[in-house]
Design a protein around this ligand. Structure first.
Ligand SMILES: Cc1cc2nc3c(=O)[nH]c(=O)nc-3n(C[C@H](O)[C@H](O)[C@H](O)COP(=O)(O)O)c2cc1C
Length: 316
């Protein structure tokens, strides 16, 4: 059930992709998601190529299933990371922070599927023309760096304009969100926040507990004035950001405050001074579970929801 065109293209059982998340999405998480029938993604973030290579090798040792690498196009090591990904013949590449056009030919040559993250209809159309295999349409509800439009409005607009598969991201954590995404015209979903609380995710336990305790209005947008807004859970750091912005600090000063802060929260567990990136759906994440259970819960929830909705058909 729910075998979409995306499953065929990516050779996966369920159309559920685990979002590339810098520092969070390591080989352990990616392999566990792929083993559970979704598509796991290793996030390259700003890591040097050797680190990405080790993660790819680790994931290959943990699973025979396809997995992907998320390449941050603004990374200082982007060229070397692309070299490694091509050398290792990774099945899927997702890209963030820019246009992957420059590398498209190399990926295509070795059969690597390319799936850029897009925040607008215009960029989705450009990516289709460039030869992308699918696009991830990410709404502003998502954790991490965000665009302006919501998943609810962006997914159907993109789906109406392109013919490659659309993957909905931002604010999806259960079967209802999964089914809603398919109704909006998506062929699958990308999920970040819920996978932070996967048992196999290496994130510090303080971070996981903060996501679990989060309420509906706790995931706010920080650093909007820099032009690179980021969705994070409210803490001491977000207060500092907002005070600096109110005091008229320069973009450079504000950006400097953010340096190293995701690592501080993910690795050190400092959830007051670190950047606890998470999406608006955080309050629906209630427990730490293995990836297999998370995926099963989403698929079973979608089936149940489909049953509930079928009553409207009978009533016609
Ligand atoms: C902690 C964190 C780090 C992220 N880092 C990246 C990244 O490095 N590259 C990227 O393309 N997206 C990144 N994202 C976005 C996710 O891949 C995904 O699209 C998003 O989390 C989906 O929305 P959700 O959080 O509502 O599930 C990050 C998200 C989070 C929560």
């Amino acid at each position: 059930m729910f075998q979409t065109k995306l499953c065929e293209i990516l050779n996966i059982q369920y159309p559920i992709i685990q979002g590339g998340m810098a520092w969070v999405a390591t080989a352990e998480l990616a392999a566990a998601v792929s083993e559970a029938g979704g598509l796991g993604i290793i996030a390259a973030g700003n890591a040097p190529a050797e680190v990405v290579e080790q993660e790819i090798k680790k994931a290959k040792a943990l699973t025979d299933k396809p997995f992907g690498v998320n390449i941050m196009l603004l990374s200082p090591f982007v060229e070397e990371v692309v070299d490694v990904v091509c050398r290792e013949k990774v099945s899927v590449v997702t890209t963030g922070a820019g246009n992957p056009g420059k590398f498209m030919g190399r990926f295509k040559e070795i059969g690597t599927k390319v799936i850029p993250v897009v925040p607008s209809v215009a960029l989705a159309k450009r990516m289709e023309k460039l030869g992308a295999d699918a696009v991830i349409v990410e709404g502003t509800e998502a954790g991490g760096h965000i665009g302006e439009l919501t998943t609810m409005v962006l997914v159907p607009q993109v789906a109406s304009e392109i013919s490659i598969p659309v993957i909905a991201a931002g604010g999806i954590a259960d079967g209802r969100g999964f089914l809603a995404s398919l109704s909006l015209g998506a062929d699958g979903v990308q999920i970040g926040t819920r996978f932070i609380c996967a048992e196999e995710c290496v994130v510090h336990d303080n971070y996981k507990q903060m996501v679990i305790k989060a309420k509906d209005r706790d995931a706010i947008v920080s650093a909007r004035t820099t032009g690179h807004p980021v969705r994070v859970l409210k803490n001491k750091l977000t207060k500092e950001f907002s005070q600096m912005e109110k005091a008229g600090a320069t973009i450079d000063e504000i950006e400097k405050l953010g340096v190293g802060k995701l690592r501080l929260a993910v690795v050190e567990g400092d959830i007051e001074n670190g950047s606890v990136m998470a999406g608006q759906i955080a309050s629906m994440v209630k427990e730490i579970q293995p990836c297999g259970e998370i995926i099963e819960d989403i698929i079973n929830g979608a089936k149940e929801q489909l049953n509930i909705l079928s009553q409207y058909k009978k009533e016609e």
